[in-house]
Design a protein around this ligand. Structure first.
Ligand code: NDP
Length: 201
């Protein structure tokens, strides 16, 4: 039985692995945002879409006019939602509201293989730090401030866990992504950034 690949995608500032500040991104990097949009929207099979799974706080951090994220199946996780995926068939809703991260990944990866290509886990901190044993791959943009001061941050990846599950594999990133996804220039707004792909094991 096929299982869809689960890919966590994150931009973090090294070495602290900071990812957020006061409910938003600590930086504004338009090329990095474009890369995120292209990766999560693109598919090898034009008949399929990707799903993006996010925590309730990350959903709320997206301005209302930009959500749900277009051309992707949006899934929002909150303990206060009542639905499991099986019950979430109210098609008037533009996104799925699910109350369990692991349950949701199980259901999506095994029952929606006809329509979906990949499951992208798009944050935030709580979700990333819970999904280590569920993600098959990590796509990490490592940011290093070069000629700008380090932004303030209050949300971090759990580096200890990440080191245990993450093995860098730079060579295959372009093959892992559908044609047309551009790797952004390395430097933007005083930040150096590098895209990397890693396997979870
Ligand atoms: P999250 O976005 O991870 O959302 C947390 C919420 O998700 C919880 O409060 C809970 O919702 C729900 N939740 C978490 N785990 C589960 C579970 N197992 N089952 C059911 N519901 C669950 O919040 P964070 O504050 O950790 O992260 C947000 C920050 O991360 C922001 O600053 C954002 O900008 C940043 N971010 C950064 C990214 C990057 O690449 N740099 C990407 C995405 C976000 P409830 O309380 O409703 O029960």
């Amino acid at each position: 039985k096929t299982k869809l690949p689960v890919v966590s995608i994150v931009a973090c500032l090294v070495p602290e692995m900071g990812i957020g500040f006061q409910g938003n991104l600590p930086w504004r990097l338009s090329k990095e945002m474009k890369y995120f949009r292209q990766v999560t929207s693109s598919t090898f099979d034009p008949a399929k879409k990707n799903a993006v799974i996010m925590g309730r706080k990350t959903w709320e951090s997206i301005p209302a006019r930009f959500r749900p994220l277009p051309n992707r199946i949006n899934v929002v996780i909150s303990r206060s939602f009542t639905d499991t995926l099986q019950e979430a068939n109210d098609l008037t809703d533009p996104y799925f509201k699910i109350n369990s991260l692991s349950g949701c990944i199980d259901e999506l990866t095994t029952k929606m293989t006809k329509d979906l290509e990949r499951i992208y886990i798009i944050g935030g901190g709580e979700i990333y730090n819970e999904c280590y044993n569920m993600a098959d791959y990590w796509l990490i943009t490592k940011l290093t401030p070069v000629d700008t001061v380090e932004p303030e941050m209050d949300t971090f990846l759990n580096t200890k866990t990440l080191k245990q599950v993450f093995e860098e594999d730079k060579t295959h990133l372009s093959e892992f992504l559908p044609e047309g996804v551009e790797l952004p220039e390395k430097s933007e707004d005083g930040c150096y950034h590098a895209q990397e792909k890693g396997y979870s094991f």
